[in-house]
Unconditional design. Structure first.
Length: 478
């Protein structure tokens, strides 16, 4: 892309001491705990937001909370910026480094430390993948609810940083609703505990502040997460509609009726064609849009909910209602949805937006999205968490064409502004990172931003933690 996203200028004093810094870090973690060779640093130059690439000064690979604390204490002493990194799946540039920064990658901290079924929770290191938690407790009838599409790779530490969601967050909530406690290492190496196995902690809700803070308040090294008992049964159903607007209106009416399925996922026609070609999931190819609606509970409960949903869908021009007849068929349906981003990457470059809108505005913002992309001469595939209004338009373009890249970036910014103008917000689960940083003034007043930055500075007065992210570079409060 032709993105002009700026970063803070690198500190020349830090750059001039690079060899000394690398040597000191090797003393702390050992030579195998530090990456400093230019070629070996390349995998860390960007994340899922590939529009921006910068090589870090070095990468630290700690294995314990104590090692994270030692690195942070050292970096604070010499004012060295730090960029926390999980699996690098961020779609907003949250883990992109800068030239004078040490990346602290937590991928070696990948152990499940404790599973406590009586208290329905598990304590894990931050580098444990999202899906690994559910796999570890599945045989005992439990699972971890937040399920981002990248759950096979993304880590719990990254999920906490971005407050990640997923298809099933409609019923079970996003990360903050399933997080009980963390071990947090502050910028100067101080280690604190927030929350725990109990349901609520006394005092200020600092856990709520940390979840979604994008690595700016400290580094989460361990987390205690909520485990949920598997439902008696679950049944995904495909609803094919003549138009995208009909499908979107159906979503609003289903939620407005008081029916809360476990998930409602939306795909428009371009997304259906892309995902079906990849996953062979049995999607209705004659539909203008489809909904994947999953209900759970007893057979009686599922039948009752589906009856109500089908009645509402008929009022919005539903053409196809296809109930799963087997576990294999259900898995295929979800494979298509979970593979949407990867499948789209097979046919074109794209940028994925992450605005969230009230359900009553879903139809208007969807139509506005089509208008914006059409005006820029591009294509868009919409696939998103419709039940909570978290939109993910995938704007298709040619990254090697500077003009198309500029139009794609402009269209994305216009779509996010449209979401805010309709009562929504810039991000539902991907975070602000660098992608949406310069749009923060469109959502927040100067007074709002100043208050947020004062809170940030209370945790990190030197502003060395993930420094070029989230807040506009101008007017920062210390």
């Amino acid at each position: 892309m032709t993105t002009g996203l700026a970063f803070l200028p690198p500190d020349q004093k830090v750059l001039s001491r690079r060899d000394i810094i690398v040597g000191d870090l090797e003393d702390l973690l050992g030579k195998d705990g530090i990456v400093s060779d230019a070629r070996e640093l390349v995998p860390f130059e960007t994340d899922g937001f590939i529009a921006v690439r910068r090589l870090p000064l070095a990468v630290a690979l700690p294995r314990t909370t104590a090692e994270v604390a030692a690195v942070l204490k050292y970096c604070a002493r010499y004012d060295i910026p730090v960029v926390p990194r999980g699996a690098g799946t961020s779609l907003s540039g949250g883990a992109i480094p800068q030239e004078d920064a040490v990346v602290i990658a937590l991928t070696r901290m990948n152990r499940i430390l404790d599973v406590d079924f009586p208290n329905r929770c598990a304590t894990v290191q931050a580098g444990v993948t999202n899906l690994a938690i559910s796999e570890a407790v599945a045989a005992d009838g439990f699972f971890y609810a937040p399920d981002p599409s990248s759950q096979l790779a993304c880590t719990i530490g990254g999920n906490i940083g971005m407050n990640s969601g997923g298809a099933h967050c409609l019923k079970y909530g996003v990360t903050t609703n399933n997080l009980l406690g963390v071990t947090l290492v502050l910028f100067d190496g101080t280690t604190i505990q927030l929350g725990g196995k109990h349901l609520d902690a006394p005092g200020l809700d600092l856990l709520g502040v940390v979840c979604g803070s994008e690595g700016q308040l400290g580094i989460v090294t361990e987390a205690t997460v909520r485990l949920i008992a598997k439902p008696e049964g679950a049944r995904p159903v495909l609803f094919g509609f003549e138009t995208a607007e009909g499908a979107a209106a159906c979503v609003s009416d289903v939620i407005g009726s008081g029916i809360i399925p476990v998930a409602i996922e939306f795909m428009d026609k371009p997304a259906i064609e892309i995902c079906e070609a990849f996953a062979k999931a049995g999607y209705p190819m004659d539909a203008g849009a489809l909904l994947i609606v999953e209900v759970e509970g007893s057979e009686t409960e599922m039948d009752r909910m589906l009856k109500g949903i089908i009645e509402i869908a008929r009022r919005h021009g539903v053409q196809t209602v296809k109930e799963c007849q087997s576990a294999m068929e259900a898995a295929a349906i979800w494979k298509g949805r979970k593979s949407a981003f990867g499948a789209t990457g097979r046919i074109a470059d794209y940028i994925c937006m992450d605005g969230t809108v009230p359900l009553s505005e879903l139809v208007a913002v969807l139509q506005g999205t089509y208008d914006i992309v059409r005006r820029h001469g591009l294509r868009v595939a919409n696939v998103f968490h419709a039940g909570d209004g978290n939109m993910h338009p995938l704007i298709l373009y040619n990254i090697n064409d500077p003009e198309e890249s500029r139009h794609a970036e402009e269209a994305g910014n216009e779509i996010l502004k449209l979401c805010v103008d309709h009562g929504g917000c810039l991000t539902g689960e991907h975070g602000v990172g660098v992608e949406k940083r310069d749009l923060m003034r469109h959502q927040y007043s100067d007074a709002d931003l100043a208050q947020q930055m004062r809170l940030r500075a209370a945790f990190d007065p030197k502003w060395i933690m993930n420094p070029s992210k989230v807040f506009p570079l101008e007017g920062r409060v210390e």
